[in-house]
Design a protein around this ligand. Structure first.
Ligand code: TTP
Ligand code: MG
Length: 404
């Protein structure tokens, strides 16, 4: 089947919402994140007029003030952004039921089945863009290609207020002239190493001798080259499809050593949480599953105060469940963890004004990127790291219904 995946990203989202709320701000350099005198804050986003002065997201407000002394500075209004995001989500669902909100202002839509109804990619994009303008007044950029990866890169390329379409078979040619930095998952350090090999563009990366690349980057080289050619098979996962994310492992022999069991458990949790963040979601419920010798299986669940994808919060919750599992005093055959009561992207609303959470988000994001590049074991918490030194258990991943 000819897959067509749409990626949409709102332009200068928070700033654009403010410009609609107060039209006198239109055409002005607008900086969201804090007041002009806020010495400690950072820029959430800036209007394209402010970007012309070099202002960027995550930059200290003090720097933004220096670069753009005549800019308008504002703290921002979370509920207005949430409302606009919700309206966009609803509009996207009128085009296809397969909508995955990837962040507050970004989504993927599988429009493969909507082609005949709307009359093709251009008609779909044009319908969405004009409906969003009509209902919210906001500009956005849309890309449609055979997969999520190429569409994500392409929409960035077409910003602002743009539309771009990449036909099946043209993925590699589209990516070829772009700098390696443009491919999600290739961070600055890795790009430096690629540049040092004389690889500056994605075309050069795709054409590089695979065995030489593998010598430098290990097994990850294959994935890197595949992605550089625009080959990616990730599915669009609508919120309603993902009810839980579970990870479990069966030990080669039944274990009584709880130190070893816990190490395996923490490793599984890291993997589950990483998958959760990758799909842009958060969990409110954590379930510990233990199967003892003889197949008797117990589950212990805890509901968190609020949904999260932050490792330390989930680790703390599961630690409280461990004494119950140990109390049985029996050898353990299988251990597992399930994250459920999933919701999408709520944490991003808390970005405004929560510096601590923002730092966590960034740290976890860069960890996930490193894992994407060098394999999951590239970065591990000290606790789960020790699991590698012992036997390597058989892990299994499941995403499905928690009631199974
Ligand atoms: P982005 O889509 O990355 O940025 P943007 O929509 O402002 O601009 P564009 O897509 O046109 O390049 O992020 C969406 C919103 O998320 C952004 O408007 C504000 C918020 N945000 C932060 O609060 N801090 C950040 O560091 C980033 C990158 C975004
Ligand atoms: Mg955006």
């Amino acid at each position: 089947m000819n897959r067509r995946i749409l990626h949409i990203d709102m332009d200068a989202f928070f700033a654009s919402v403010e410009q609609v709320r107060d039209p006198s701000l239109q055409g002005k350099p607008l900086i969201i994140g804090g007041s002009r005198d806020d010495l400690r804050g950072v820029v959430s986003t800036a209007s394209y007029e402010a970007r012309a002065f070099g202002v960027r997201s995550a930059m200290p407000l003090a720097t933004a003030k220096r670069l753009c002394p005549n800019g308008v500075f504002m703290r921002g209004n979370r509920s207005a952004y949430a409302e606009a995001s919700h309206t966009v989500h609803k509009i996207l669902e009128t085009v296809s039921p397969r909508v995955q909100m990837a962040s507050i202002d970004e989504a993927y839509v599988d429009v493969s089945g909507s082609q005949t109804l709307f009359g093709g990619d251009c008609a779909i994009a044009s319908h969405i863009k004009s409906e969003i303008r009509r209902q919210t007044g906001l500009p956005c950029t849309i890309a449609i290609s055979p997969n999520k990866l190429v569409s994500k890169v392409a929409s960035d390329f077409a910003k602002p207020d743009g539309y771009i379409r990449i036909a099946a078979g043209d993925e590699a040619a589209f990516l070829a002239p772009l700098a390696v930095e443009k491919l999600p998952g290739l961070g600055p350090r890795l790009c430096e190493r690629l540049n040092a090999l004389g690889i500056a563009t994605l075309g050069e990366l795709a054409a590089y001798d695979p065995s030489l690349l593998e010598r430098r980057f290990g097994a990850h080289a294959v994935t890197m080259q595949r992605r550089a050619r625009g080959d990616s098979r990730c599915e669009v996962i609508p919120e309603s499809d993902a009810k839980s994310i579970g990870r479990e492992t069966t030990f080669a022999e039944d274990l009584t050593d709880w130190e070893a069991i816990e190490r395996a458990l923490f490793r599984l949790m890291e993997r589950g949480l990483s998958a959760l963040r990758e799909s842009g979601m958060e969990a409110r419920s954590v379930t510990l599953k233990v199967r003892y010798t003889g197949f008797e299986t117990h589950t212990h669940a805890v509901t968190l105060a609020s949904a999260t994808s932050v490792d330390s919060v989930v680790f703390a919750a599961i630690r409280k469940l461990l004494p119950k599992a140990k109390a049985a005093g029996r050898p353990v055959r299988l251990i597992g963890v399930t994250l459920s009561q999933l919701s999408r992207g709520q944490h991003q609303l808390q970005w405004v004004g929560s510096e601590v959470l923002e730092k966590w988000e960034r740290a976890l994001k860069s960890i996930d990127q490193l894992r994407g590049r060098h394999g999951f074991d590239a970065l591990r918490s000290a606790k789960s790291m020790e699991a590698l030194n012992g036997r390597r258990p058989r892990d299994s991943d499941q995403t499905g219904d928690p009631s199974e």
